[in-house]
Write a protein that binds this ligand. Structure first.
Ligand SMILES: *Cc1c(COP(=O)(O)O)cnc(C)c1O
Length: 361
């Protein structure tokens, strides 16, 4: 009997990268592998993709160092930059590339003692997300300071992030962001980097020198109401466990903590060894689909830390040890996310460390 296992299909990862390349034949690819490659295992994903991409992107310097320690030699981009001068030194020594999003980071670059090493920088501007990046009125000042900074390699690049590329109803706001980016870009000699997954699929004008696919590499759609297959992508992660008990219950039986499910008729309840302690969301309501023995069965009652209940039906033939697919090829994670009122990004990211990861393909 298997514990909860996340099966990672490396062939699907490579397939998805090929699909991405058909959308952006003229752009270089920065594969986004932050948050343990969206829960898929940082080093496995990086090794699988290394020969096919131009760079990797992470959010934390520890993730970049980990790539380096595992002999990944492609450039690594720090999407949020750095927080002190020591980190600037680490960036320069390792040849990482970094976003620079405000004047404090510029000052750290100016003060750092790099003994002749240079930092490869993308200046980050805010084009409408209002998260990180220079405000329009500060762009010129920050740009000039970066161009005059002895510790910065020239020419500097330009980077930003779309906030509504996954929201088709925000057509105008999205175009405004892209046009503003391209406008500022006219004054930059370095590389431009804008599109995320949704930009790659839906907004050709955002396909600049570099693109930054994340979620679509993992075979997941960034758009609400769509799944990876709709874009020709293959899911990379399948989260599976097994039935560890089968119980026959009478109509009216109160199932689980808080009696959150009451059997509407005599039925068979299966206990699956997967719970929120593994990363399966407790917010999954009654009726969330689980795939067992070739069919979808609904969850019943509150998800527990280590287990969840499924209603197998009165005449169920399922046995202890049978496989339960929580999401994967047969059951898109996008569907589970919808039931749980969240996005698939969150579900794959929060697979817990105790879950075994098994790579194939
Ligand atoms: C996470 C992230 C991405 C990747 O986004 P996806 O929607 O997963 O493609 C790209 N750029 C930045 C700045 C990010 O933080």
């Amino acid at each position: 009997m298997k514990n909860v296992t996340a099966y990672i299909n490396n062939k699907a990862l490579l397939h998805n990268l090929d699909v991405i390349k058909t959308h952006v034949p003229n752009s270089k690819i920065i594969a986004v592998v932050k948050a343990n490659a969206y829960g898929h295992g940082l080093i496995n994903v990086a090794k699988t993709l290394e020969s096919k991409v131009d760079a990797f992107a992470v959010a934390r310097i520890g993730e970049a160092i980990s790539l380096k320690e595992h002999n990944i030699n492609k450039p690594v981009v720090l999407l949020e930059g750095f927080y002190n001068e020591d980190e600037v030194k680490i960036i320069a020594q390792n040849g990482f590339m970094t976003a620079v999003h405000d004047i404090e980071q510029v000052q750290m670059l100016q003060k750092a003692k790099l003994e002749g090493l240079k930092v490869k920088a993308f200046m980050k501007i805010d084009i409408g997300m209002h998260r990180l990046g220079a405000n329009p009125e500060d762009v010129l000042n920050i740009k000039t300071q970066l161009e005059n900074c002895i510790n910065v390699e020239q020419p500097i690049g330009l980077i930003s992030h779309l906030s509504v590329a996954d929201t088709p109803s925000e057509y105008d706001y999205n175009n405004e962001q892209i046009n503003y980016f391209l406008d500022v870009a006219k004054t930059f000699k370095g590389d431009l980097c804008l599109a995320n997954s949704a930009g790659i699929l839906n907004w050709p004008l955002s396909h600049t020198d570099y693109v930054r696919p994340g979620i679509i590499m993992y075979g997941i759609s960034p758009f609400e109401g769509k799944v990876g297959h709709d874009h020709g992508l293959m899911p990379v992660m399948s989260l599976k466990s097994s039935l560890i008990a089968i119980r026959h219950v009478k109509k009216g039986a109160k199932i689980g903590y808080g009696a959150a499910f009451i059997a509407p008729c005599d039925t068979t309840i299966g206990i699956v060894a997967a719970g929120y302690g593994d990363g399966y969301p407790r917010t999954a309501p009654n009726g969330t689909p689980v795939y067992i023995n070739g069919r979808i069965v609904p969850t019943a009652g509150h998800v527990c830390m280590d287990m969840l209940f499924v209603d197998l039906g009165n005449d169920a033939k399922d046995k202890v040890g049978d496989e339960a697919v929580l999401w994967g090829d047969e059951l898109p994670v996008e569907i589970i996310a919808k039931y749980c009122n969240t996005i698939p990004y969150e579900l794959v990211c929060r697979v817990m460390p105790r879950v075994d990861i098994s790579y194939f393909g």
